[in-house]
Design a protein around this ligand. Structure first.
Ligand SMILES: [Zn+2]
Ligand SMILES: [Zn+2]
Ligand SMILES: [Zn+2]
Length: 296
């Protein structure tokens, strides 16, 4: 996966929108919340004043918490906190280790870093994100603020969003199940705009992503094989869904409501085009004429 530091793949945290610290969460957590100071690396852009203030609070608070729990190596842990607070990315331990190595090479110790990050999480300064098929990532925990994530399964890019209508809808759904919501995480997996734009309109089936729906454009197999595939419903115009496309497992697709495991280089012989789940949105842009080939 691309490092979030290079190329800025992961979006910056959007919680710093100046909404302040007055949410319910901050009221509930106030005993640990009133305090943080941070040292900005010279090369980093200065943060917005509200952000700097919030991080200063967090740092002071963390120092107090560590002291009260008689934690070891407090100055070193605070140095790591400074480095962590200086990034607004969703960072993995490997990426953080690299950042620590740049600023404080003597603290470049994976086990110590891992332990410290765990402490940040335990005391409510960071939260760990376990996205599908990614190394765990960490982001700042800003009290009383909430957002959800869009995760690109191709490049690993993570984007944040917050939608009040969606939030309210989720509560309404829970309520209709007589379910009391304590917390939730909404994760949407797919292809980011950049990956979608960079992909060619037609691609061999083995390059399609898990969960993707595609339409067959052409089958480039020998005639006998092509006939066999056609008997299974794999012929130009057919739509299929990729169920499983992992390097180590079988390549499984659904065609005509039937699961098919394709082996022996078959996916490489089937050229497909992306078929958006929300067809109306994209039809014509990436697909070309919709009915170029007879549909089944
Ligand atoms: Zn949400
Ligand atoms: Zn992407
Ligand atoms: Zn986030």
């Amino acid at each position: 996966m691309k490092s979030s530091r290079e190329g800025g793949g992961h979006s910056r945290c959007r919680r710093h929108d100046g909404q302040g610290r007055g949410g319910l969460g901050s009221r509930l957590l106030n005993p640990v919340s009133a305090l943080f100071k941070r040292v900005w690396p010279k090369h980093a852009a200065p943060p917005a004043p509200a952000v700097a203030e919030e991080h200063r609070h967090d740092r002071e608070q963390f120092e107090t918490v560590l002291a009260s729990f008689r934690a070891t190596r407090i100055p070193e842990r605070l140095a790591i906190l400074d480095i962590f607070l200086a990034t607004e990315l969703h960072v993995s331990i490997s990426e953080l280790l690299e950042m620590v190595g740049e600023g404080r090479p003597e603290l470049r110790d994976r086990a110590f870093l891992q332990e410290t990050m765990q402490m940040f999480c335990q005391y409510g300064f960071a939260q760990r994100l376990d996205f599908d098929s990614q190394e765990p990532r960490y982001e700042h925990l800003h009290l009383g603020q909430h957002h959800d994530h869009l995760i690109c399964t191709k490049c690993g890019r993570i984007e944040e969003f917050k939608d009040d209508i969606l939030e309210a809808l989720q509560l309404k759904i829970a309520e209709s199940h007589r379910f009391h919501v304590l917390q939730h995480k909404t994760e949407i997996y797919g292809l980011c705009g950049r990956c979608l734009a960079s992909r060619t309109p037609t691609l061999p089936l083995h390059l399609a992503a898990n969960g993707e729906r595609v339409r067959i454009v052409k089958v480039v197999a020998m005639r006998e094989n092509a006939n066999r595939l056609a008997d299974l419903g794999l012929l130009p115009g057919a739509c299929l869904e990729v169920v499983s496309n992992h390097p180590t497992g079988p390549f499984v697709v659904i065609v005509n409501n039937t699961r098919l495991a394709l082996g022996g280089g078959i996916p490489q012989q089937i050229l497909v085009t992306h078929l958006c789940r929300h067809e109306g949105d994209e039809r014509g842009e990436t697909e070309g004429p919709p009915e170029e080939y007879p549909r089944r």
